[in-house]
Design a protein around this ligand. Structure first.
Ligand code: SF4
Length: 187
């Protein structure tokens, strides 16, 4: 069985991707690295759900450092950008780069991100961030996939119901909290 480091943004976005990988004999190691999320209680809640799901499936999960101040510093000047704008591109770069570096550290040659399973996000931005994350890491490859296609969007909804995940109403940072949707169907 192969392995892959999977950046997990939240349980609802991760479940169908994990299922797809396991069905293809790939055992993912999950990496919950999301210093963008604010407030801390929201970060912890999403982390708990990812851990609960990984535990249920018997998968390893690594939790990254939560340094929201550093994340804020990295997006300085982009606070007023709309979702899918330059702040999000930067946010994706931060998270994919950390995942690529951890993959190298762990000797895992492949990484992916569940960010690309959310219909609220710009796939081109995620793809560019993932590719850029490995430009100086010849031993790591970014698995650049559209995780919404091939029935995965339907599986996302089915697994959300099956596992009764907490499902957030906004993307994650304080700047996105004004774009809440109801009923919750975000990721
Ligand atoms: S809206 Fe979401 S993707 Fe964009 S900067 Fe905020 S947390 Fe990151």
């Amino acid at each position: 069985m192969g392995t892959l480091l999977l950046h997990a943004c939240c349980a609802p976005c991760s479940a169908a991707v994990i299922e797809w990988l396991v069905d293809r004999d790939v055992r993912p190691v999950l990496f919950y690295f999301n210093p963008n999320i604010f407030p801390r209680e929201e970060y912890d809640r999403r982390a708990m759900e990812c851990t609960r799901h990984a535990t249920t499936l018997g998968l390893e999960i690594i939790t990254g450092e939560y340094d929201h101040a550093a994340w804020l510093a990295a997006v300085t000047g982009l606070e007023r950008e709309p979702e899918r704008g330059a702040r999000c591109a930067r946010c994706f770069e931060i998270r994919t780069r950390a995942t690529a570096l951890l993959a190298r550290e762990r000797g895992i040659g492949l990484f992916a991100t569940t960010l690309a399973s959310s219909r609220w996000k710009d796939l081109a931005q995620i793809s560019a961030a993932g590719q850029r994350a490995v430009t100086d890491l010849p031993d790591v490859t970014f698995l650049d996939r559209n995780w919404r296609k091939g029935g995965l969007d339907e599986r996302r909804r089915a697994l959300l119901a099956r596992y009764d995940f907490y499902n957030q109403s906004y993307c994650g940072c304080e700047f996105s909290a004004t774009n809440r949707v109801s009923p919750p169907d975000r990721g």
